[in-house]
Design a protein around this ligand. Structure first.
Ligand code: NAP
Length: 320
């Protein structure tokens, strides 16, 4: 298994750069420079990583670099061939001489523009000669199903193979995304009731992504990626508190109250509706069972939530 040396993450929230952000940005810039320089002793064709500076993408980049696989950073901040989902004119340059593409769509698969943009990107990738496309999808999300369908239909008969990574809730949502400020504030508020969720470790998602991008045998596969054990949010928060030493509690709220709070914070009605759809679809109990995607793809069990908690606590990500 890969170690998770690339696990420190950027924090969302108030928009101010955090110390951790600066370290991550500096490291990603170094990775990008090294990637643009190509790779002596490189293995396999060049991989374009879309969302390369995000939570999953930077882990994929770290692993590809470790294997000396040539790669190209795909994000708006990439120096050589910036990639913007809103600007298809720039896509051919990003896709030139690319063998495989990792796709983490931004901002979120619930974006109404996602299926159309993913279909267009898939066609462009096939036309430019890419042999593989790996989509980071979401378990239990109807919007993610539409995104997958768009990719499958666009690639039908093109000779470019797809692999779907149907990930459940990322464990790293507690350490690098929307739940980090809540963990740091001492109260994690979410309309999750007592529903168990088998949080997936992004280390496993990245391991599966790299296998699908660089090895044969994953073409046409849909892998449902979860952790090895389901925990309620109450149990997950208690585990983080126990290992990190933080004073932390879980506060379940009704979905309607949660939606009202998002509106009061200034979120647009369409964004609130999209977020609530994702929350209700993924936390209705239909996604509670751990799945076998990691074992099917990699031949070993998925990482456990406790491993994520110990690693993250040791990294200092939960120190305010
Ligand atoms: N959170 C979960 O639990 C979960 C579970 C399953 C699936 N997902 C899916 O995972 C995806 C997000 O992946 P992630 O968490 O790895 O990424 P992330 O941490 O949200 O980072 C977003 C990445 O996309 C880039 N980006 C943002 N806006 C862009 C634009 N307009 N054009 C091109 N690139 C853009 C960012 O770089 P720049 O700012 O430099 O452009 C960054 O590299 C979403 O589609 C989400 O639906 C999430």
């Amino acid at each position: 298994m890969n170690t998770e040396a690339d696990s420190a993450g950027a924090a969302p929230g108030d928009g101010r750069p955090r110390l951790m952000d600066c370290a991550v940005i500096a490291r990603d810039a170094a990775l990008a420079r090294a990637a643009q320089a190509g790779g002596d002793g490189a293995t396999g064709g060049r991989v374009l990583v879309l969302g390369a500076t995000g939570k999953s993408g930077r882990r994929v980049v770290g692993r590809l670099r470790a294997r000396r696989t040539p790669l190209r950073i795909g994000s708006r901040s990439a120096q050589a061939a910036p990639f913007d989902w809103a600007d298809p004119a720039g896509w051919p340059a990003a896709l030139a001489d690319i063998d495989a593409v990792y796709v983490a769509y931004a901002p979120d698969l619930s974006d109404p523009a996602a299926p159309g943009r993913l279909a267009a990107l898939s066609r462009a990738a096939a036309e430019s000669g890419a042999r593989r496309l790996v989509l980071l999808s979401g378990r239990g999300m109807s919007t993610a199903r539409r995104a997958e369908d768009a990719v499958r239909e666009a690639l039908e008969g093109t000779g470019t193979a797809w692999t779907m990574l149907r990930a459940c809730w990322f464990a790293q949502n507690f350490s690098e995304d929307s739940l980090l400020p809540e963990v740091l504030s001492g109260v994690v508020t979410i309309p999750a009731g007592e529903v168990p969720e088998p949080f997936v470790d992004l280390a496993d998602v990245a391991d599966v992504a790299v296998a699908a991008l660089t090895e044969a045998g994953h073409e046409g596969e849909t892998y449902t990626l979860t952790g090895s054990r389901a925990l309620t949010f109450r149990e997950a928060v208690a585990e983080i508190a126990r290992v990190s030493g933080l004073e932390l509690r879980y506060r379940p709220v009704p979905a309607a109250r949660y939606a009202e709070a998002m509106s009061r914070r200034g979120m647009a009605p369409a964004a609130v509706a999209a977020a609530m759809l994702t929350l209700t679809e993924t936390l209705d109990g239909s996604c509670s069972e751990p799945a076998d995607g990691v074992r099917r793809a990699l031949g070993h069990e998925a990482r456990d939530f406790e491993e994520f908690v110990r690693r993250t606590a040791a990294s200092g990500a939960w120190e305010d």
